[in-house]
Design a protein around this ligand. Sequence first.
Ligand code: 3PG
Length: 232
Amino acid sequence: MVNGYREAVVERIEEVRGKNMSNTVNEILETSPVMPVLVIDEVEDAVPLAKALVSGGLKVLEITLRTEAALDAIRAISQDVEGALIGAGTITTPAQLQQVRDAGCVFAISPGATPALLKAGKEIDIHYIPAISTASELMVGMEAGYTAFKFFPAESSGGVGALRSFAGPMPEVTFCPTGGIGPDNFCDYLSLSNVACVGGSWVVPSELVKKKDWEGIKALAAGVVQQAARIR
Ligand code: 3PG
């Protein structure tokens, strides 16, 4: 029975990932204006938290590999949250790329990039999104075949001004800026032509998660979607 259950879980995860993998990386990033950056401590929070965000209109989720619960959280959301496009964050090794792929992710994001990750990201059947913070890093990533990047840490690496400057020589590249972005500046980023979406933890305040205030998180997500709709 236990084995049968495990097989069914793996099958379900494969099915959901397979369906969502028909999207290009840009289609995934452009699905929602903001990508919540999730740090999940308790696996039991994963599904209600993801459901709250998805029903508030934020469907693309970055689950960071910063907690022990992260991989189980990814598996649980893959199985049980219809409509979520699940990615993993804080990827620092090629082995983690494989782990999150097997747990059900359709994309994976790093806070930077290494030659090994740039290579592994091209060999795996999920979308890999490396991060850059300078023009030279961007050129290395482009040379490896990437056209979509996280821009991290966005605010302290030049913010909106830096992204506007990248658009001149590299107009074909799209970004998900993350780091230091919040309610007061996310729309400035979204108004740039080379920004597909912005990432941030502000849409998932830890005090609301601790209180399991899923309605509060849904309302926050819906408010962000509404604000973004005014400029897009
Ligand atoms: C990340 O993990 O991508 C960032 O740490 C999120 O940055 P923020 O907490 O400033 O949104």
